[in-house]
Design a protein around this ligand. Structure first.
Ligand code: HEC
Length: 125
């Protein structure tokens, strides 16, 4: 009986510890965000299947040769270094009604990284 109780109690604490670990999932700390090293790879993996080629969705091509120029087009508001969280790029990823990518949100760490890149003045670095 005692054995059974200790297994149940032990299991409970194990589960608790596991849950805590899951919650604490922290993002890789990146001091200085690099467009080519950190941001473009996110687009390559999650966006260019739609935002690429000759007629990209939303008329926005995010392939590496052209993405920076397109995103920084001052007419479009994709990137707003004065009010980073108003950037259309950032908001499109956080949108609940029409998120980018449409099949599901990017993970929190990637979205935070893109915001940080904009906060660090959206450099082509
Ligand atoms: C399955 C295809 C698909 C994928 C994948 C996708 N998009 Fe889009 N995206 C679209 C379509 C279609 C539009 C244009 C229609 C619209 O605005 O809903 C669009 C529009 C946009 C816009 C313009 C929004 C606006 O309001 O003008 C941005 C910014 C954007 N996408 C960013 C991204 C980013 C960043 C990714 C990757 C993280 C991504 N998209 C992945 C299909 C996609």
């Amino acid at each position: 009986m005692i054995k059974l109780i200790s297994i149940v109690v032990g299991g409970f604490f194990l589960l608790l510890a596991f849950q805590c670990k899951k919650k604490q999932q922290t993002c890789e700390p990146i001091e200085s965000v690099s467009y080519s090293q950190h941001i473009q790879p996110i687009f390559n993996a999650n966006c260019i299947n739609c935002h690429g080629g000759n007629s990209p969705d939303g008329n926005l091509n995010l392939e590496s040769a052209v993405s920076y120029g397109n995103l920084l087009d001052p007419q479009m508001g994709y990137v707003d270094t004065i009010n980073p969280s108003s950037s259309l790029l950032y908001n499109s990823m956080n949108s609940t009604s029409n998120p980018m990518p449409p099949n599901g949100k990017l993970d929190k760490c990637k979205i935070e990284l893109i915001l940080k890149w904009i906060e660090q003045k959206a450099k082509n670095n």
